[in-house]
Design a protein around this ligand. Structure first.
Ligand code: SF4
Length: 328
């Protein structure tokens, strides 16, 4: 069952300057992103910093309003709601319950003045899910589910380590039984030893509760481990989209190959990719290059690449994206 369908989603941020704060340009953070996600599916989103992957997550949960494009949300009964232009009163509670987000930095995402109990209780109360007489028991259950002691409910966020705080954030997000969680770099602020614990926890919750994830990360290994399908983003564009196995076994876009080559892995397959190296910095999203956005850094570029965008099959059945020059 489908949960979200995203079509031609764009997000531009205005740049304002001068005394009257006139708009003098735009940061083109996201261009024409297309994909759908169904129940129990995990979609990984990878790319360098600034490629638009966090903007994508924040636009889906309506922290940002899209500049153009469509976001369709399907409720549990399969009814489609167009939420591109905002959340209508009738859809807001459903959507806010169904779609949750876990942020990168658990040090910022938890209110330091609230106890763990209140942090977890807040969304449950907002959605009127559990009678107040059963609330403490429910919070304890959630804490145990994410590997914390029920006694921690009385404490404040500053009393916990980064990994424990991320567990609290996860407990809060699953407290309303969501169908989709957007995880925006959920492990990048944590120690390596804690990262795998959080990944395992997210996987266990997926298996237990059939939650779908949009898993945003720059860590290819983690995304490979977690995802059914992967979108590779570059300068706000999805340059390649395919199943995790296909993407890792047979990357086709030169940028994907360069990302793969950057994984420290000395398998013969990986060594074959070593000739595709990323040089230079990504161009500015304020003034992206014409034609293929990757052409200034692409070792395979041809003359036509700076004039014409690659052919996109972005709206085809499998939502894959293709460049006519990849297979070289
Ligand atoms: Fe490289 Fe040209 Fe393909 Fe872009 S269109 S990825 S520049 S070969």
């Amino acid at each position: 069952m489908k949960i979200l369908q995203i079509e031609r989603l764009k997000k531009y941020f205005p740049i304002k300057a001068g005394v009257f704060l006139q708009v003098v340009g735009h940061v083109k953070a996201m261009e024409d992103v297309n994909f759908g996600i169904s129940k129990g599916e995990t979609i990984g989103v990878v790319g360098e910093s600034g490629c638009g992957k966090s903007t994508l997550g924040r636009t889906i949960v309506k922290i940002y309003e899209p500049t153009a494009g469509n976001i369709s949300y399907f409720d549990e009964s399969g009814r489609e709601h167009d939420i591109s232009k905002g959340l209508h009163r009738s859809v807001r509670p459903l959507f806010r319950r169904d779609v949750q987000m876990i942020f990168q930095n658990p040090f910022d995402s938890l209110d330091p003045r609230m106890t763990v109990r209140d942090i977890i209780r807040e969304p449950i109360e907002a959605h009127n899910l559990v009678p107040s007489s059963e609330m403490d028991g429910y919070v304890s259950e959630l804490l145990m589910k994410v590997g914390l002691y029920p006694e921690y409910a009385q404490r404040y966020p500053h009393e916990f380590s980064g990994g424990q705080r991320q567990r609290i954030a996860i407990a809060r997000s699953i407290s309303v039984n969501p169908r989709l969680i957007i995880c925006d770099e959920p492990t990048s602020a944590l120690d390596v030893s804690v990262q795998s614990q959080i990944i395992n926890l997210l996987q266990e919750l997926r298996e237990e509760n059939h939650i779908s994830y949009i898993f945003i990360s720059h860590n290819l290994d983690v995304v490979h481990h977690m995802s059914d399908r992967i979108l590779v983003m570059y300068l706000g564009n999805v340059v390649e989209a395919s199943s995790a196995t296909e993407l890792f076994d047979n990357p086709s876009h030169p940028y994907t190959k360069a990302l793969m080559a950057s994984i420290p892995n000395w398998s013969p397959e990986n060594r074959k990719l070593q000739d595709v190296r990323l040089e230079g910095e990504p161009p500015s999203p304020i003034n992206p290059p014409p034609g293929c956005p990757f052409h200034p850094r692409c070792p395979y570029r041809l003359e036509i690449c700076d004039k014409q965008k690659p052919v996109s099959r972005a709206l085809s059945e499998d939502h894959s994206v293709a460049c006519w020059l990849y297979d070289r």
